[in-house]
Structure formats: structure tokens, C-alpha cells
Design a protein around this ligand. Structure first.
Ligand code: HEC
Ligand code: HEC
Ligand code: HEC
Ligand code: HEC
Ligand code: HEC
Length: 468
């Protein structure tokens, strides 16, 4: 390269000679070439897209090998030069050529390395890396497939934006990997709020959702099927005052002037005896204390309320067996005209199984068996529907119960309502008040109207033409 016109044999051979005369730099060059070629091959083959292990190989192993090779090359160069000092004495060292060689290789390598790093970062941020490479998170991965954030990557809620968040997350991930390898990870994995690992909602949820958004009233229709022979359908209808701006549920807790903080007795934040409300503009402040709780103990941490204190299951929402079946019956995946199917499916789903594989085999066959023995004629004519119902309950089990990880029905609670777990009633149960006797509301209508409660044919649905 470069000054071809006036080359002298010794000077020309010098850097090349040094480079190739030591096995360490040759090894380095070999490793780098191999890494590059295998990376190219995987890219060309389009592999690693659906195989998490191949993905991990391209994301982690190949770059690591590549960088090792990269270090060996100059090392060999240096070793050769040191060795060569005695043999090739008094010869001027070709600095220009060396600089050119290093310059060109560095540019090429930096280009490649950025590609590698980019690929690696990209891969480490996919759902597939988070959920599939690691068996521990399989429950969250499966449950997330059906929730409203099914298309949102895990990292959007679990890693703070920027390099700092990425590094913190990967350090935590390395610790987790260590526990997985030693088989010492907790089963189930504790909720992220409990373990204190959740990135603040202001850095995640609020990047996509505007805190001041006016949502207004939300009509929620909740169909329920009874566990009787007819799978009798009834409806509960709620008109939820979700609000926003200055009003309703969002308005009360997300008003920019207001700060609500609380102290919990447990890490899961399920027992909340102390709630503080503060208007930062007017300086007004109220401390609500649960009946019989006494003053806040000294040194007790106060947690500022955020989105996830209500919406802790916006993704990987684990269902109750009852709610999951109601949904499947309402959508027709399980035919509601199969006699007693709700009751039987509920019984089968909530039974104990030694492993998920065992349950997924047993559920469809036991349901079929039930109809074969008790409704032989019906089984003959509607076998396909019964089989589909069996597959559906197996799918419900597959995304909610993981016996080997101790994830059972109800392991992970949802704080948004108050029927399956205390939720809103942790503060609004009717027994929190200030010293002056002002109470935190427990009035149904301040949160939602209830035009119908488990009615077969509610007027409101008739008038809206929403009755099935
Ligand atoms: C829309 C936001 C959001 C997305 C997307 C999301 N998570 Fe979560 N995740 C949360 C919140 C909030 C918690 C805390 C729940 C709690 O503490 O009750 C959590 C908790 C967890 C936990 C701790 C155990 C548990 O269930 O509480 C794991 C593990 C987890 N998430 C994995 C994942 C994986 C894997 C993905 C991608 C498939 C994912 N998350 C996607 C919001 C999200
Ligand atoms: C990457 C963007 C993104 C992030 C981050 C995100 N969301 Fe969402 N969220 C969405 C989108 C898009 C929808 C609408 C989905 C739909 O309508 O199917 C949605 C829907 C919702 C809904 C309404 C559906 C439901 O399940 O009731 C809630 C509540 C919600 N998000 C809360 C949260 C919370 C809490 C967080 C943080 C833990 C969060 N979101 C983080 C994009 C995001
Ligand atoms: C005090 C509890 C609480 C807090 C705090 C809270 N929400 Fe909500 N949010 C609710 C309730 C209740 C609903 C109505 C649920 C329903 O429709 O079933 C709701 C509804 C929503 C919806 C659905 C709107 C729609 O169009 O259906 C989104 C999105 C949402 N919240 C996002 C957020 C975000 C983001 C934050 C934090 C900035 C937040 N919420 C804080 C209780 C809360
Ligand atoms: C950590 C405690 C806490 C939790 C949990 C909580 N809230 Fe609140 N809520 C408050 C505080 C504090 C206020 C404001 C009281 C005041 O104005 O002095 C409030 C106010 C309200 C108001 C306005 C009441 C009124 O009289 O105007 C509504 C409605 C409400 N909350 C609904 C909910 C709903 C729905 C949930 C569950 C999704 C919920 N809250 C969960 C603490 C909480
Ligand atoms: C602090 C606010 C708040 C108060 C007070 C409140 N609720 Fe609710 N309620 C909610 C929220 C939030 C939901 C869940 C809505 C959703 O599914 O997103 C809910 C859900 C329900 C449901 C439906 C549960 C289901 O899924 O089947 C019923 C029934 C209900 N409430 C009855 C009542 C009754 C009766 C009262 C009065 C004694 C009451 N609630 C008081 C906030 C409240």
C-alpha cells in the first residue's frame, strides 16, 4: 500500500514479516476470519431468528471470539518485534506503513465491531431472548402473548432507556444466569415490585402513555358462565370512571399537582396502613391511617404511587381459571352449548398435576373421556367441538400454571380491581381515615356505576343491543 514507487526490499518485508513470523498474530487473524465468516453464514442463512440458542451464539459467542482474535493480532506483532530486535538490528522501523496497516484494519474492524454490537444489543432486547432462552421467565413469556401489550418488547417496561439502563439490566441478567446455572433461582420468580427491580413507570409506561390523557368513562361488560348443566350466562356491567385530566380515577391519582405516597407492611405492597396525599401547589396534606394501625413507624419507607401500583399486570396478565374459561366460552373457543362444560373444565383445570407436560396430555383426554362416558350420543355427533374445547383448556393451563416453577392459579395478583385480590381496597376498603375523620372513599359509585350485577339480560345491554 502507499509508497509503491520507492520500495526497498527490507523495508517492504518488515511489518508483514513481523506480523506473519509469530504464531500468536496468525492465530488471531485466523480467529477473526473464522468469527466473521461464521457470522456471515448465520446471517445469510437467516438463522437465529426463531432459534434462541443460535441467536445467543450470534449475539454473544461470536463477538466474544472475534474480540479475542482482535487482541491476539497486535500481541503477536509485538512479540515478533521484540524477538526480531536482536536479529534485525539497526534497521529503521517502517512507522508509516505500520500506521497505514493499523489504520485500515482498525477502520474495517470498527465497522464490523459496531455491526456486532448493534446485533448483540438488538438481540438481547427481543422477547425471544428474554422469554425463551431462560426457562425461569417462561410463565411471563407465555402469559404476555395474550395481553394487550403482546407486541411490546419486554425491555420497554423492564429496562430504563439509555446505555446505563441497558448495562444495569445485563448485570442483573448475569446474576440471574448464575442462579439459573446453579439451579438456585427462586421459584416462583418474585414480582418485580416486591424485589424492587422494577424501573419507575415514568421511564417506561409514560414513554408511550400520556399521564394526563382524558379517558372518561369506560363501559365494561363482564360475561360469566355458571358451573351448571346449561352453563347459564349472566352479565355484570360496570361504568368505570377512569377519568383523566382533573377527574375520575386517573384524575385523583395522576393530577400533576398531587403526590400520593404510601407505606406498606409487606414487600408485595398488599397491606397498606398509611397513605399520604399532598397538594404541592397549595401545600395541603392529608395522612390517612388504617383503623388500628397507629402512627408510621420511624424509618419506614414511603413509596410514591405510580401507574404500576394499580396496573401491575398490563402485560403477562395471569388469569384465574374461572375468568379464562368465561372468556373462552364467550368467544366460542369452547362451545357453551356443551352440557356442563364450564363446571367440568373448571374442575379439570384446578386439579393438581405433577408437571405441565402431564397436565397438557391429561386435560383434553379427560374431557373427552367425560363426554364419552356420560354423554355418549353427544360425543358421537360433536367430537370435533369437544376436542377443540379440550385443546383450549390445555392452552389456558399452558399460559397460567407451571408446577415446576411453583406458578399456580393466583400466584401473581392483579391490583387493578378488588375482587380477586385487595387491589384498590388496600386503600379504599373503607377503613382509612385522617385524624380529623376524613375517609378515603369506599363508595362504589365514586369508582364505577354498576348498571347490572350478574343478570341474565340486563336492560342496559338490551338498549345498547349488546346482548348475545
Ligand atoms: C407493559 C409493560 C410490561 C411488559 C411489556 C413486560 N412486563 Fe414484565 N413486568 C411488568 C410489571 C409492571 C411487573 C411487576 C409486577 C408486580 O410486581 O406485580 C413485571 C414483572 C415481571 C417479572 C417478575 C415476575 C412477575 O411476573 O411479577 C418477570 C420475570 C417479567 N416481568 C418478565 C417479562 C418478560 C419475559 C416480558 C416479555 C415477554 C415482560 N416481562 C414484558 C411490566 C411489563
Ligand atoms: C412501547 C409502548 C408502550 C409501553 C412502554 C407501555 N404501553 Fe401500555 N399500551 C400500549 C399500546 C400501544 C396499547 C394499546 C393496546 C391495544 O389497544 O391493543 C396499550 C394499552 C395499555 C392499557 C389498556 C389495555 C389494558 O390492558 O387495560 C393499559 C392499562 C396500559 N397500556 C398500561 C401500561 C402500563 C402500566 C405500562 C408500564 C408498566 C405500559 N402500559 C407500557 C403501549 C405501551
Ligand atoms: C389508582 C389506580 C390507577 C393508577 C395509579 C393508574 N391507573 Fe390507569 N386505569 C385505572 C383504572 C381503574 C382504569 C380503567 C380500567 C378498565 O377500563 O377496566 C384505567 C385505565 C387505563 C388505561 C386504559 C384506557 C382505555 O382507553 O381503556 C390506560 C392506557 C391506563 N390506565 C394507563 C395508565 C398509566 C400510563 C398510568 C400512570 C401514568 C396509570 N394508568 C395510572 C387505574 C389506575
Ligand atoms: C396507595 C393507596 C391507594 C390505592 C391503592 C388506590 N387509591 Fe384511590 N385514592 C388514594 C388517595 C390518597 C386519594 C385521594 C384522597 C384525597 O383526595 O384526599 C384517592 C382518590 C381516589 C378517588 C377519588 C375519590 C373522591 O372522592 O373523589 C377515586 C375514584 C379512586 N381513588 C379510585 C381508586 C381505584 C379505582 C383504585 C384501584 C384501581 C385506587 N383508587 C387505588 C389512594 C389510593
Ligand atoms: C376505589 C374504587 C372502587 C370502589 C370503591 C369499588 N370498586 Fe368495584 N371495581 C373497581 C375496579 C377498578 C374494578 C375492576 C374494573 C376492571 O375490570 O378493570 C372493579 C370491579 C368490580 C366488579 C367486577 C368484578 C369482576 O370482575 O367480576 C364488581 C362486581 C364490583 N367492582 C363491585 C363493587 C361494589 C359492589 C362496590 C361497593 C361496595 C365496589 N365495587 C366498590 C373499583 C372500585
Amino acid at each position: 500500500v502507499g509508497d509503491r514507487g520507492h520500495r526497498s526490499p527490507e523495508r517492504d518485508r518488515h511489518p508483514v514479516l513481523l506480523f506473519f513470523s509469530h504464531w500468536v498474530s496468525l492465530l488471531g487473524a485466523g480467529i477473526v476470519t473464522t468469527a466473521v465468516i461464521s457470522w456471515l453464514l448465520i446471517q445469510l442463512g437467516g438463522m437465529g431468528q426463531d432459534n434462541p440458542y443460535l441467536g445467543m451464539l450470534t449475539a454473544l459467542l461470536i463477538p466474544a471470539v472475534f474480540f479475542i482474535g482482535l487482541i491476539l493480532m497486535p500481541l503477536g506483532f509485538w512479540l515478533a518485534r521484540r524477538r526480531g530486535e536482536t536479529a534485525i538490528v539497526n534497521r529503521p522501523f517502517p512507522w508509516r506503513r505500520l500506521a497505514m496497516f493499523l489504520g485500515i484494519t482498525t477502520v474495517a474492524n470498527v465497522l464490523l465491531a459496531t455491526q456486532f454490537t448493534y446485533r448483540a444489543v438488538e438481540h438481547l432486547s427481543t422477547r425471544q431472548f428474554c422469554g425463551q432462552s431462560c426457562h425461569v421467565m417462561l410463565p411471563q413469556f407465555r402469559a404476555a402473548q395474550v395481553a394487550s401489550h403482546a407486541k411490546v418488547d419486554c425491555v420497554a417496561c423492564h429496562i430504563a432507556p439509555g446505555a446505563e439502563g441497558f448495562i444495569a439490566a445485563k448485570l442483573a441478567g448475569t446474576r440471574q444466569l448464575y442462579h439459573v446455572m446453579r439451579d438456585s433461582y427462586p421459584r416462583p420468580v418474585p414480582p418485580a415490585l416486591e424485589s424492587g427491580r422494577l424501573v419507575p413507570a415514568s421511564q417506561t409506561c409514560e414513554h408511550c402513555h400520556d399521564r394526563g390523557n382524558e379517558i372518561g368513562n369506560r363501559l365494561r361488560v363482564i360475561p360469566k358462565y355458571a358451573a351448571d348443566e346449561a352453563n347459564s350466562l349472566s352479565y355484570t356491567v360496570l361504568l368505570i370512571h377512569a377519568g383523566g385530566g382533573g377527574s375520575g380515577i386517573h384524575g385523583a391519582h395522576l393530577n400533576p399537582d398531587v403526590r400520593i405516597s404510601f407505606s406498606a407492611k409487606d414487600a408485595m405492597r398488599q397491606e397498606i396502613p398509611w397513605v399520604r396525599w399532598r397538594n404541592q401547589k397549595t401545600g395541603e396534606e392529608r395522612l390517612y391511617t388504617q383503623k388500628g394501625a397507629g402512627p408510621i413507624p420511624g424509618g419506614q419507607a414511603e413509596i410514591e404511587m405510580q401507574c404500576v401500583d394499580c396496573h401491575n399486570r398490563p402485560a403477562h396478565t395471569f388469569e384465574s381459571a374461572d375468568a379464562a374459561l368465561n372468556r373462552a366460552l364467550f368467544s366460542g373457543e369452547i362451545s357453551p352449548t356443551l352440557p356442563g362444560v364450564k363446571g367440568k373444565a373448571l374442575e379439570l383445570l384446578t386439579a393438581e398435576y405433577p408437571s405441565q407436560e402431564e397436565a397438557l396430555r391429561a386435560l383434553p383426554s379427560r374431557l373427552a373421556e367425560h363426554y364419552k362416558t356420560n354423554h355418549a350420543a353427544l360425543y358421537g355427533s360433536r367430537e370435533a367441538e369437544i376436542r377443540r374445547a379440550g385443546e383450549t383448556i390445555a392452552a389456558i393451563y399452558a399460559r397460567n400454571v407451571f408446577p415446576d416453577l411453583n406458578v399456580k392459579w393466583g400466584t401473581y395478583t392483579d391490583n387493578r380491581g378488588h375482587t380477586a385480590s385487595p387491589g384498590c381496597f388496600r386503600c379504599h376498603g373503607g377503613d382509612h381515615s385522617t385524624a380529623k375523620g376524613e375517609a378515603l372513599t369506599g363508595d362504589c359509585a365514586s369508582c364505577h356505576e354498576m348498571p347490572a350485577m350478574e343478570e341474565a339480560a340486563p336492560e342496559i345491554l338490551k338498549s345498547l343491543n349488546l346482548l348475545k
